[in-house]
Design a protein around this ligand. Structure first.
Ligand code: PMP
Length: 432
């Protein structure tokens, strides 16, 4: 396989030889690693991207989730080009930041106030600091396998094994601020808050960690809302992936549960860099200068960058009526169903599952078969209660082989799944 892969992507291989002398592991993002080498992409459009070696690839990375609208939608390209000619960065207040925030507020009503950041990682860092100052409590509760970026606070607990929360390079004292519990267990959450008075916030990915590896249900979100209200803790939905993807109002809009703070990025900025913390006015007020009050100092050179604002406004306008989310959901549902039919027909003991526009593959699964899916939110939870089966370690050689094989057949996905855009038509899915 590796030989065929190397023969098919010679230019990518040559570029990687240069990159290996420049970047650790030769890559600029963890998930872009691939053994023996990653592919290099020259351009992208709609559901496709093109390798520098000439192949057109169906894309399920969709810009790490940022391209719900597919690559290079014309209106976004135009909006960014127009803004580009007016200046990339005035280092000043500008009109577009207002329009951008108004669109967020329109789609996500819990966004009473906002602060723009440059990434999702910065957004979760700021949200946790806001919660800390608001409650006067240093710790926060988080869930096993939920991903919130790469800063020191949120790295412990993001990946198995969860027994050992020490992270190389993160001081023990910081790692201990995260109290990590399994998802789905409301009693455990409430017990933990009861026992540990120093926990000020609860943060989660509202459809499950790493975009739904262990899917979460609406009842769990509603339960968390009740518990956080009862114990006066700040509930943070990390909607960096789910925001504007699962519905125009994100997971909170779909499930009708209001968090106190929300972190957003990816689709927010229409495929350009950008993020934000949005939420309760009294919590965001800790960023304000108020006589005699403590405050959080939060500068950031590229906060509310006008190129990102132009792309973001255009993306949110296009997403507002819900059609792109529904199209992407339908595409992912078709992909899950077709994969499961294929696995069954060939007697391969794998399953495809996932919610909304997200597709996960679980290899070597011997439980009940999933039914055909129809609704928007229809994840088949393979082994109810058995989080290990979903979240446990997967064979990296298998994932690498699967990625190489799929690339040879014109598909780029994350190895064990991916996300769809509204441009993934039935033909694209069937070709996959
Ligand atoms: N939270 C979630 C749920 C994410 O998926 C990610 C990125 N994949 C982040 C936070 C971090 O965002 P960024 O990569 O923009 O820093």
């Amino acid at each position: 396989l590796s030989e065929r892969f190397a023969a098919a992507f010679p230019r990518s291989r040559a570029l990687f030889a240069q990159a290996a002398r420049l970047f650790p592991n030769g890559v600029t993002h963890e998930t872009r690693r691939l053994d023996p080498f990653p592919i290099y992409v020259s351009h992208a459009r709609g559901p496709y991207k093109w390798a520098v070696d000439g192949q057109r690839l169906i894309d399920y990375f969709v810009g790490h989730g940022a391209h719900l609208l597919g690559h290079c939608p014309e209106p976004i390209v135009r909006a960014v080009q127009e803004q580009m000619a007016r200046g990339t960065h005035p280092g000043a207040c500008h009109e577009l930041e207002i329009a951008w925030a108004q669109w967020v507020q329109k789609l996500i009503p819990s966004a009473e106030r906002l602060r723009f950041t440059s990434s999702g990682t910065e957004a979760t860092l700021l949200a946790l600091r806001l919660a800390r100052l608001h409650t006067g409590k240093a710790k926060f509760l988080r869930f096993q396998g939920h991903f919130h970026g790469w800063h020191d606070l949120v790295t412990p607990g993001a990946d198995p094994p969860y027994e050992d929360l020490s992270v190389p390079g993160v001081p023990e004292a910081i790692a201990q601020l995260a109290v990590v519990v399994p998802p789905h267990d409301l009693n455990r959450v409430e017990d933990t808050l009861r026992r540990d008075e120093d926990i000020g916030a609860v943060i989660l990915e509202p459809t499950g960690g790493h975009w739904g590896t262990v899917p979460i249900r609406g009842e769990f979100l509603r339960g968390l809302r009740e518990i956080c209200t009862r114990w006066q803790r700040v509930l943070i939905f990390d909607e960096v992936i789910t925001g504007f993807r699962v519905s125009p109002g994100g997971a909170q809009g779909y499930y009708q549960v209001q968090p106190d703070l929300t972190t957003l990025a990816k689709i927010l900025a229409g495929g350009l860099p950008g993020g934000c913390v949005a939420g309760r006015a009294d919590i965001l007020a800790w960023l304000e200068h108020r006589p005699g009050k403590k405050r959080i100092r939060h500068p950031g050179t590229y906060n509310a960058n006008p190129l990102s604002a132009a792309a973001g406004i255009t993306a949110l306008q296009l997403i507002a009526d819900g059609t792109p989310c529904q199209r992407a959901n339908a595409a992912a549902r078709r992909l899950r169903n077709r994969l499961n039919q294929l696995f069954a027909a060939r007697q391969i003991p794998w399953i495809a599952y996932g919610d909304f526009s997200m597709v996960k593959i679980l290899p070597h699964y011997h439980g009940p078969r999933p039914p055909e899916h129809h609704g928007d939110c229809d994840a088949f939870i393979p082994c109810q209660g058995d989080v290990q089966a979903l979240d446990g370690p997967k064979d990296p050689r298998l994932i690498s082989a699967l990625r190489q094989a799929m690339l040879l057949h014109g598909v780029d996905w994350w190895g064990l799944g991916g996300m769809t855009s509204c441009q993934h038509s039935d033909e694209v899915i069937d070709a996959t």
